[in-house]
Design a protein. Structure first.
Length: 355
């Protein structure tokens, strides 16, 4: 009668089987696999990661927006909106002035959004009639080339980035916590705008976008300048293990983008036992929680694409920390308008680019 016990093999037989696995490109997993705990990250309190918000510029029509310091090229339009100015009342108290919601949302009217877009275009370009071209964003790495035909009133294209050398257009990406990135070629007069949430960042949308500028327009990395606008900062951007795994699968420097952040609320520090939970470490709302630096992640992609460190500017503050200045999906628990980052070649700019 055959024995029901698992047969035992001598060590030599096991080594021979392992050698065959290796020859075939396989590895035998041990029966009793030991789990390795996740290595710890550098730790910080939220206030250590906090960055102050820049002071916006106020246009004659009341719109407050953020220009890019040092971008004084006479042929270039560029800037980031705030929530201040405009006619929308969907996201502000009844007694507050109107706001600059630039996104088509369920809570605001299309008429208000269209008026606000004209106000913002006027603030940046000097004319409310400057066409503003937007996208239907879906957290991808899809990048399009925009032409004058894209300014016609029609259903916007579905993508998360685009570029153009056509004068007279403002390319726009919408954000409410995600990171907007603007890129300009100083020599060939080509511009690009990218919407980079964590998914788009993991898919290398900015790095791929610079590559497409090189392919389609002959741009050289040493001629490019970039601005990273307001978005959720590492101080406030807690993420799960799946985000860490996704970044580790894509970037050798992924672990440098994460920090462990502990809550510094006085009541939690004074009475820690009141906030104990039975949830696994990393899943409790009181920390430590894993925080991602999306702004640095996109700066790294610009560097990997060949831009010089001095050609990259960080313009904005944390949208979650400054809900009075920025729309924030997180700070408002999903009830938020949308901001825009815009860039374009001036309409009167007809000079041929440098070779």
């Amino acid at each position: 009668m055959p024995s029901s016990r698992t047969p035992s093999f001598p060590g030599a037989a096991i080594r021979e089987i392992d050698a065959k696995f290796v020859a075939g490109g396989l590895v035998r997993h041990p029966r009793h696999k030991q789990t390795t705990p996740r290595p710890r990250f550098d730790r910080a309190a939220p206030e250590e990661l906090y960055r102050p918000a820049p002071s916006p510029r106020r246009a004659a029509n009341g719109v407050e927006w953020l220009p890019v310091d040092g971008w004084n090229l006479p042929w270039l339009w560029a800037g980031f909106s705030t929530r201040r100015g405009g006619v929308s009342r969907a996201y502000c108290p009844d007694d507050a002035p109107g706001e600059l919601n630039l996104g088509i949302t369920a809570d605001d009217s299309r008429e208000n959004t269209a008026a606000n877009r004209r106000f913002f275009a006027e603030a940046v370009s000097g004319s409310a009639e400057t066409p503003l071209v937007a996208l239907r964003q879906f957290h991808s790495n899809l990048i399009l080339d925009a032409t004058a035909g894209d300014a016609a009133p029609q259903m916007p294209h579905k993508a998360d980035g685009f570029m153009s050398a056509t004068p007279g257009l403002l390319l726009a990406v919408q954000t409410a916590d995600c990171i907007p990135v603007l890129v300009a070629d100083r020599k060939r007069r080509v511009v690009a705008a990218f919407h980079a949430g964590w998914r788009g960042t993991a898919k290398r949308i900015v790095e791929a976008g610079v590559g497409r500028m090189r392919l389609l327009y002959g741009s050289r990395p040493e001629d490019l300048i970039a601005a990273i606008g307001p978005g959720v900062g590492q101080c406030c951007y807690a993420v799960g293990e799946e985000v860490l795994s996704e970044f580790e699968s894509q970037f050798v420097y992924a672990r440098e983008l994460f920090r462990e952040v502990y809550s510094s609320e006085p009541i939690r520090i004074k009475y820690p036992l009141l906030f104990l939970t039975q949830r696994a470490p990393g899943h409790s709302p009181i920390g430590p929680s894993l925080h991602l630096d999306l702004i640095e992640a996109n700066r790294r992609q610009l560097l990997a694409a060949g831009l010089k460190p001095g050609a990259i500017q960080r313009v904005g503050g944390c949208t979650n920390c400054h809900p009075d200045l920025f729309f924030s999906h997180r700070a408002s628990r999903g009830h938020a308008g949308r901001m825009m980052a815009v860039i374009g070649v001036r309409a009167e700019s007809r000079k041929r680019p440098h070779a």
